[in-house]
Design a protein around this ligand. Sequence first.
Ligand code: ARG
Ligand code: ZN
Length: 844
Amino acid sequence: KTFYLKDYMPFGYDAESVHLTFRLAPETTRVISRIRFAPKPDAADRTFFLHGEELKLISAKIDGQEVTPELVEGGLTCEVPGAPFTWEAEVEINPAGNTALEGLYMSNRMYCTQCEAEGFRKITYYPDRPDVMSTFTVRIEGDEPVMLSNGNPMGQGEGWAEWHDPWPKPAYLFALVAGDLVNHPGSFTTKSGKEVELNIWVRPGDEHKCAFGMEALKKSMKWDEDVYGLEYDLDLFNIVAVDDFNMGAMENKGLNIFNSSCVLASPETSTDANFERIEAIIAHEYFHNWTGNRITCRDWFQLCLKEGLTVFRDAQFTADMRSEPVKRIEDVIALRARQFPEDNGPLAHPPRPEQFQEINNFYTATVYEKGAEVIGMLKRLVGDENYYKALKLYFERHDGQACTIEDWLKVFEDATGRGLSQFKLWYSQAGTPRLKVSEDYADGTYTLTFEQSTPPTPGQPDKAPRVIPVAVGLLSPNGDEVRATEVLELTEAKQSFTYQGLASKPVPSILREFSAPVILERETTNAERAFLLAHDTDPFNRWEAGNALAKEVRVAMVLDGAAPDAAYLDALEKLVRDDDQDPAFRALVLTPPSQSDIAQTLFDRGHTPDPQKIYDAAETFTQTLAQQLETSLPRLYAATTVDGPYAPDAEGAGKRALNGRILSLLTRLDGGEQAARQYQAADNMTQQYAALGALLKAENGEAQSQAFFGQWQDDRLVMDKWFALQIACAAPEKTAATAAALTRHPLFSMKNPNRFRAVFGALAGHHAGFHHASGEGYQLLADNLIALDKLNPQTTARMCAAFQTWKRYDAGRQSLIRAQLTRIAGTDGLSRDTTEMVTRILDA
Ligand code: ARG
Ligand code: ZN
């Protein structure tokens, strides 16, 4: 069944209050609901349909009288009075048997919930749609030491606890947690002087991993007050860490539930990258309290209303806490790695999709990350002052409502007086625009001409021109900036902009800060790229020039078997040795473009990418760079080693990132001597992990890998790293076999999504290994997706995306992949989630 945006119909009843009682038992939990419904006077449709899935209905009553509802596909219907009435139902559910991790389930003997998007219907019969908002009172009965729900505690006693959430909310924000938990406490005083109790709840044994998350939470609360003027609205804010979780985290009102990998941190067990990500996700979920919870979505087509905005806000936060240019570069790398393949393949969809079969398949990089890019463009177009003016109006006008993208854009139109009908195309058109740039210079006048076009995407053959903000600066040939950054607003398919009074032909720096999520196509030379890498005043574009250069060099190596470009190697050497440059920036410039990105570039230029050749070129390049830097590597290694106790701050992280790049180059030359020493001495996971990776890559890390296992086998999160790293570092011809062997390891588990993703995410992320001509990688992933689908459709469906780029490759690989996709599609009883994904991937 397909759902369409255009079919939206409001529910015919208001839910005025919701009372839930849970009688907890692992296999036979009883849920008793008492809901006050009131017919809406102006409703066009008065069908009383309540969603419900996998529920055993024990009894139902209306105003105290037993009724016999009609059970239908996906829920029930019932004759109801024309005036307000009380609906009561008792159902039985089986949390222990819930391996899909949606609804109420058990993880490590602990009860927990995940309701977004449509999990509440697995808890009780309910109008499970975000535009039905109500206040929830929850009573939990059971013998668990800690029993939590949303809002404020109302009382507790032997075997029970009661909670009340005063803020009306949709059911997807409901949460319940019960189990043997301990808390890491904290507190925060809001700007208006309210004292908020904070807790991070974890399993006994994880207490020492909470301090960083607590600080991140306080920083987030302060930041949202300072930057957006938004204050927390309850007396209590709880975070719970759960080991088995399909996604990163969930913003349930007053009771955020986190994948333990996204909240637990300690220097010994977490890398710098983990710390940065945890800080961002804690902020993200906290920021949802206003952008998501106080103002929610009318329906799931509007998902990017809360997700795009909240990702945008968490990126602003990280930029403020750490380094703005570094965050921007990291985000663009991630956007190109995850969103561009989606936007340019069979799964392409607009940030606001217009149809879906399974909404869980639309928690995508396009909805989240492109959704955030769209807001970044909007902010750039209206300016900072107007942006915050519009946001203020948004919170004033829509607090307590379930809104649409139209509401969002109207706020900007009203606050700024600017029409946004063309801008709105960013929400409805899929695909990454291509921006062709040409230039002209004569008599002091410089002209830039832009042509935009977007290739067809599924269901959208033709695209209209969009509004594209292009931030441009001009440099003189001697490297001075002769025109500061200016935002050119493209609205036509083809459009020119002129600059007057230039003494000589300038070098343009186009799309500074990556001001729009487009693909820039411009004929330019490697010399000019090297010039920008050395002189651009915009740090993003300086990195971008280096990145483009790196790509050109790889492409030439793959296509012509060329040797690595000497001028580029020289430029890199100069930059790496320049201690005036930010170490984090140098580390980013030294990070090679992904092999998948090279494959896409080759494909875009009309070639069929050969994953093995791309891999070989990368190896040759790194080896040559290591040799070129040979004499400076020991000094650089020493100079970038961070002294003193480990602290997960941005400055130390930047230095360690560079140090890690240097170590991997050094290992190319010494076979792992330095890495083995670093492994031995490391007192933090960042350095231990970097050393182990370098050693495994050199096929000289067997002893350290065993030692690592011995040291960390009881830590699930560190073991995920151990599983993933062995696959990531394997040679292409051994990748699938390595992954297959690890699935037979006693600590491998299909039931823990983190472990499954550690293995199969690493396999799919190893470009040459996954796409090895043998097809073993494809087969192994398909075998395991088929097996996982029976337990956990959501995680299975997400991982199908590994196949989305299949049309890039040669006929042999295409037919191997098609065979696997067809095999998955033909599996008996395949979930709706996975069916939708494989058919979309196959159909295009
Ligand atoms: N709203 C959550 C977040 O972005 C994601 C939860 C999505 N869950 C899902 N099953 N699709 O923070
Ligand atoms: Zn979110």
